[in-house]
Design a protein around this ligand. Sequence first.
Ligand SMILES: Nc1ncnc2c1ncn2[C@@H]1O[C@H](COP(=O)(O)OP(=O)(O)OP(=O)(O)O)[C@@H](O)[C@H]1O
Length: 788
Amino acid sequence: MTRSIPIQPGGATAPGYGQALLDRLLAGTPSNEHPLTHTAALPARKARHARWPGWAAGSVVDALREQGVSEPWCHQIHAADLAVAGNNVVVSTGTASGKSVAYQLPVLTALASDPQATALYLSPTKALGADQLRAVTELTGATPGLSTVHPCAYDGDTSTELRRWARSHSRWIFTNPDMLHLAILPGHARWARLLRRLRYVVIDECHSYRGVFGSHVALIIRRLRRLANHYGADPVFILASATTADPGTAASRLIGAPCAEVTEDGSPHGPRTVALWEPPLLREVTGEHGAPVRRAAGTEAARLLADLVVEGARTLAFVRSRHGAELTAMGTRRLLAESAPDLVDRVATYRAGYLAEDRRDLEAALSDGRLLGVASTNALELGVDIAGLDAVVVAGFPGTVASFWQQGGRAGRRGQGSLVVLVARDDPLDTYLVHHPQALLDRPVEATVTDPANPYVLGPQLLCAASELPLSHTEVDGFDAHDLLTDLAKQGLIRRRPHGWFVTPDTHPHAEVDIRGGIGNQVAIVEADTGRMLGTVEAGRAPATVHPGAVHLHQGETFVVDELHLDDGVALVHAEDPEWSTSVREVTDIRVVAVEETRTYGPVTVQMAAVQVTGQVVAYLRRLPSGEVLDRIELDMPAQTLPTRAVLYTVTPGLLDRIGLTPERVPGALHAAEHAAIGLLPLVATCDRGDIGGVSTDLHADTGLPTVFVYDGHPGGAGFAERGFSRITQWLTATRDAVQACECIDGCPSCVHSPKCGNGNDPLDKAGATALLTAVLDALGSQPPPPA
Ligand SMILES: Nc1ncnc2c1ncn2[C@@H]1O[C@H](COP(=O)(O)OP(=O)(O)OP(=O)(O)O)[C@@H](O)[C@H]1O
């Protein structure tokens, strides 16, 4: 069924072109399929301008004008004003809303007015940093008075010579958290010039610092702040973020200091039609236990892309993997070969790799119409300057509402309207979203989650901090880390002295902390033929992700694992692109170590707890893109233990009895409710379902009751379970609604099946899960909400 969201009063109402494109897609849909679940007509937004502020250096204003920024938008000046007044600020506005100007103006003004002043720019990817550096170099080149800024990259590709030069001369360094951690902070004495006069630190795309990586970055930034303070500086932080819930709170947690937020977007965009699209369940293919499966999002996207190209609409389709993007482009070309052969060559795949030249070629080809359709991996999402497309097809929800808009927001800078289509994958979160458009179109509920207090992150980071500069007792109190350091002292890594904590002479912690790889021991993923190291994975997660036979994706390229040597910490792979993907089957046991917080709502109790999870990978499945399971291959992997944190709820047998769940149905109901809850946690926390796990049981030894657990899949936790705990009602309501919205009868991958269930998705009781979740929500709702 289709429901239209009313056009907001007062907005310009010309969905015209977007709606016409959508009509075209519907016309091409077989008459027995009804994939459109919702359409929304988002009105055009007029630009809201502000004056150039009096404090801004005239030469910088002139240079920005020269680059096309004739009149700034209000959010740019609001954020810049706050920063100039000495406030840390995060600007969290839409895609292509000109967030760069919000920091370029104050930073360049400071560098123009104080010839000694310096600044740092941090981005999550080298490519984005390179793009921003290019823009700033153009600005400083064109601005009299800024010739001594010498903006310069300092990353893994920078030569030794240039590094030395940058340390001595550059006043604006473009780097990333990895380099800050490994090079700049440990060698701070050599960076004294930069640190002493550090006026601003810019953190771009700060919403991408989440989970364990985000927790590491949060502590690296605290290390930067203490060293800057040590040299006498107190820099102001300017952060740029995609739109997320609570950007100010997330930014404050990231930098460890109060941070104002600017969220009102003054940039214009044309009217947009947003369509939510759910491919049909297929008759000819079935998954596990004969469950129905939907047509794959990538296959559906190929058809939509072909139709849009035929209409002459410049369209970008985002697909989750490189292989998927290639399949989608191939499918599109195949369809065009039948209907419009002259258009076949106007469709391309965008390959990951983040090369600036590739991106610029693609941008140019799309904007001058040489290309009409491009299928891309999500790799294109961050920081690419393509706006003004006619249509964007998002094949599979990209994980966060922020990412969805980062992709969808590329459509329609021009006046005539545009179309964004979200094609649901076979997954509970996608099901939920295509049936609950407000979760996408209103302010997102997901917040960027980090947990800088995780002892597995904090411990190594404090060792790094102490080796840079001994930690004072006051600092240790501030981190609430006395016990943690005492433990590290017992291991001989650090010593307590009257004036603070000093690392022991043999402690060289930096290289051992892999800020992107996770926590603890790492397994290196190595291409056997070439010896090329592709990346690392936490040892604890290796059996589930790089077991022999696993299909491993690396920056959109596909590899197959040949051997896993846990003792040597290495997984050997070879490049191969099989048509299937793999997912493991894992059996899991969970023990409550300590209950941290309890809330009781009559027959339902919700807790946050430290837990010990023991998991063993027992097999893996090979699955075709259609969802069809080819086979199950047994594996013999050692059990792994994971100390982490979990949110759990218990229900009394009396409640289950009252809602008619007989004892034999209870395990299936709990199990189905657990799977769906794992699928929906990303709606309230910025996690991937692979970051979390769950266990359910009709009688748990530690609680003595039927219990559902959802835990963080990283040692010490990453803050996701905690977010579930604090948003339990919102989360479980979405979970129940997703299960209810799915039209299958007994459960399928769109609702209660989990791709990595150790018990092969058995037993599962979909109706029982709905009844259970409704009863739990009734209990939660019948009690006054606990204090925040
Ligand atoms: N006030 C303005 N008036 C007109 N054009 C502007 C203005 N401010 C910025 N722009 C242009 O808008 C485009 C997008 O700017 P920018 O890349 O800074 O956006 P962004 O918000 O950082 O985008 P993303 O969402 O990709 O991070 C650039 O081409 C920039 O020159």
